[in-house]
Ligand binder design. Structure first.
Ligand code: CMC
Length: 426
């Protein structure tokens, strides 16, 4: 299978390591036999480690390329909607018109959650962070939908995937409604995926909610641009949790937990908090200086990326949407002025240019969400909603691969070697 080999000299031993070429991207050196030679590889943070084989998403961080199933994110953002992207992530091919209609119908008819789920919400404090509630309630779905869950069967795996894609908007909107003390709004089957979500978020029984086309389009685009991103921290978490054969809803709860952190999906919330802290355009230089100061832990949230060291193609598309939404909604918010000025200054600053730090997708999505009227603490929930399809597609792919193994990394141990234990007097 491997055309070329790497030879690794360890002491006086030589180990031959096969090199595998993918269809695109860097080749990988297969180090699995190294353990037999008495060595492990060491790569904290996975700076150069491929953890799996995948056919779902490809990223070329230097060229700013992002492909889902071979289709570029720019084409998808322009010509496809989120449900089409969901279909291709799960099934490998873009849907035909008939497949799309059937998929849309299936998702639409799975959006309700079991009524008992309401009781889970009632157990949370009203001021609980929505991500805390989301993590708990997604995991709780494992106690409702376990009857047809033989994860070795592709059909049953896909059924869980459909349920998750369908129910995430309902759960996310419930988190919001619970927070603000409004009644939960049931899904509506006559609306698109994005419009249904907005309706569950913003309508109240007393009044009809008018959904603007621009907002519905922007919401769908935010979902599309967050749908998958290869082996990022939360996706790798879902894969690792799922590698033991764990329940898919519990695995997605693990993904939600991982996404929550400010270095990952929590960045859009952190970014808006930062803009609030900056407060006004005249204070931007002070914060730029802090970001450059090695002794100051402050970072410009919404800037930089582990993989994209040139530009983030999602950010380019999101930027367009951002400017479109701001113009269309004619929102007048000083925070958005701070964001636009920060973008301008940072893009022209030699430090940021040299380190290839540019606004990432979360910078722009945060601004759009703010303009739409979504509170900051809901931002990461929306990211989780959109990313669920990516997580579950990876979980599905992993379990369909022959010879799938439980994930079990090794370590470089630097603690005490064996030492005597002295009993204390109790
Ligand atoms: N502001 C100021 N300096 C930064 C920033 C930033 N946002 N990001 C990186 N740097 C500097 C960093 O100090 C380091 O400098 P030096 O080389 O002098 O030590 C250099 O750039 C490289 O940074 P790194 O931390 O080694 O890079 P990384 O690949 O480990 O980190 C990152 C990537 C996204 C965690 C980081 O850029 C960051 O913390 N950004 C802010 C949080 C954020 O916006 N995250 C969302 C990422 S996109 C959505 C997602 O994937 O979930």
């Amino acid at each position: 299978m491997a055309d070329t080999k790497a030879i690794l000299k360890v002491g006086d031993k030589e180990v031959e390591l096969p090199i595998f070429e993918g269809s695109a991207g860097h080749p990988v050196i297969d180090v699995r036999s190294l353990g037999g030679a008495g060595y492990f590889t060491f790569d904290p943070g996975f700076m150069a480690t491929g953890s799996c084989e995948s056919q779902i998403t490809f990223i070329d961080g230097d060229k700013g390329v992002l492909l889902h199933r071979g289709y570029s994110i720019e084409d998808l953002a322009r010509d496809a909607d989120y449900l089409e992207v969901c279909y291709m992530l799960l099934h490998g091919e873009a849907p035909t018109t008939e497949q799309y209609a059937e998929f849309k119908n299936t998702i639409t008819r799975h959006t309700l959650v079991h009524d008992q789920v309401n009781n889970f919400f009632r157990g949370f404090r009203r001021d609980a962070h929505p991500m805390a509630m989301l993590c708990g309630t997604v995991g709780a779905l494992s106690s409702f939908y376990h009857d047809d869950l033989d994860i070795s069967e592709a059909d049953q795996r896909l059924r869980s995937a459909y349920r998750l894609v369908a129910k995430m908007p309902t759960l996310v909107a419930m988190c919001y409604k619970y927070n603000i003390g409004q009644p939960f709004v049931y899904p509506r089957n006559d609306l698109s995926y994005a419009a249904n979500f907005l309706n569950m978020m913003f309508s109240v029984p007393a009044e009809k909610y008018q959904i603007s086309d621009a907002v519905e389009r922007a919401m769908d685009r935010i979902f599309t641009l967050h749908a998958d991103h290869e082996q990022n921290a939360s996706t790798s978490t879902v894969r690792l949790a799922g590698s033991s054969g764990a329940n898919p809803y519990a695995c997605i709860a693990a993904g939600v937990a991982s996404l929550w952190g400010p270095a990952h999906g929590g960045a859009n919330e952190a970014c808006l908090n930062m803009l609030e802290e900056i407060g006004s355009v005249d204070r931007i230089p002070e914060f730029i200086e802090r970001a450059k100061d090695k002794n100051d832990p402050f970072r410009l949230m919404g800037f930089g990326h582990r993989v994209y060291k040139n530009y983030d193609p999602r950010a380019t598309v999101m930027r367009e949407s951002c400017h479109e939404v701001l113009a269309e909604l004619k929102v007048n918010d000083p925070l958005l002025d701070v964001a636009m000025e920060l973008e301008r200054i940072a893009l022209n600053d030699p430090y940021f240019k040299e380190k290839k730090l540019f606004p990432n997708v979360d910078f722009y999505s945060g601004i759009i969400l703010k303009a739409i009227g979504i509170p900051t603490n809901m931002f990461t929930c929306i990211f989780a909603l959109a990313r669920t399809v990516g997580w579950i597609s990876h979980w599905h792919e992993m379990l369909s691969q022959p010879g799938q193994k439980i994930g079990r990394p090794r370590q470089l141990y630097t603690g005490h070697t064996q030492r005597p234990f002295s009993k204390i007097n109790k």
